[in-house]
Design a protein around this ligand. Structure first.
Ligand SMILES: [Zn+2]
Length: 293
């Protein structure tokens, strides 16, 4: 069976795997980018290619930034080794193989959709809850794509006088529904700053402040999801990323609040679900796009 080599590119490492048309991933591994430069990145891809046991039909790259598909140009101001680079052209020239690239959250959205919801759902929003708040949109069964990465949902403002975001605006969801947002909520309650993993441990031991922080987080998330519902009443909103692993502490409050504040006419029409593919979604999505699924 034909397989594609899917790359999920991070700031200092690349996750990779061979993915078939059913989304099954084999030869999965993580490769460190040893030298912090574009050349170091290319060397890491070369070592991945040299390490796989069969020649893939092509390569897909999930990018941690925006991407202009027409100009083949990466927009990643916070990741200088890739910013402005022409990854498709460069990898095609080096490996003489077809290459496709797209933003990582967009590909994760498509992977979740194609290998989980395609049969029953037409319109879906996918959000990643992690160090940032990213996402992708499936409209009429297709990933919404353009010559620049679309659906920068993390930069939808919920308070125009709110916290300063790295993008230049204020009050972006990226500052509230991400790990730093959760940390800020806990800090406002206790004056202390701790990592989300520790917060999860505290919550599991029944710590009331930690549990309260997660509930506040759940209410914020409900607000974000209700905003998305207002845009086009999707069949489903799915959420993944690191913070989705802690959803047992905020899921119920989030769902309750969402039901309360969703635009009344859309009540009962938008399902919220946790993602299933975890950190493989980007790789699966790359393959789905490549195979035209
Ligand atoms: Zn922003």
């Amino acid at each position: 069976m034909e397989k594609v080599l899917s790359l999920d590119i991070g700031a200092s490492s690349i996750k990779s795997g061979l993915v078939d048309i059913n989304g099954l991933i084999s030869q999965e591994k993580k490769t460190i980018i040893k030298e912090e430069s574009y050349n170091g990145f290319i060397e890491a891809v070369k070592s991945i290619m040299a390490g796989i046991s069969e020649k893939p039909a092509g390569i897909t790259a999930a990018l941690p930034g925006g991407y202009d598909i027409e100009k083949d140009e990466i927009f990643a101001p916070n990741l200088h080794i890739l910013n402005g680079k022409h990854i498709r052209n460069d990898l095609e020239n080096i490996f003489d193989i077809k290459v496709m690239a797209e933003n990582d959250a967009n590909l994760a959205a498509y992977g979740e959709y194609v290998f989980g919801d395609k049969k029953s759902v037409k319109n879906m929003v996918f959000c990643t809850l992690g160090s940032g708040f990213g996402g992708g949109l499936i409209l009429n069964g297709k990933l919404l794509q353009s010559n620049i990465t679309l659906f920068e949902i993390g930069h939808m403002s919920i308070d125009f006088q709110g916290r300063q975001c790295g993008c230049g605006r204020r009050g972006c969801l990226d500052e509230y529904c991400s790990t730093s947002g959760l940390k800020e909520i806990y800090k406002n309650i206790t004056g202390k700053e701790i990592a989300p993993v520790e917060l999860g441990e505290l919550a599991s031991s029944g710590d009331s402040n930690a549990l309260e922080a997660f509930k506040d987080y759940g209410r914020l998330l409900a607000g974000a999801f209700a905003n998305m519902a207002a845009l086009f009443c999707p069949d489903k909103i799915k959420y993944g990323g690191g913070l989705s692993e802690l959803s047992m502490y905020y899921e119920e409050v989030m769902q309750e609040e969402f039901n309360k504040i969703i635009f009344p006419a859309y009540k009962g029409r938008v399902k919220i679900e946790r993602a299933v593919l975890k950190n493989q979604a980007g790789m699966a999505g790359g393959a789905a796009l490549f195979f035209g699924l």
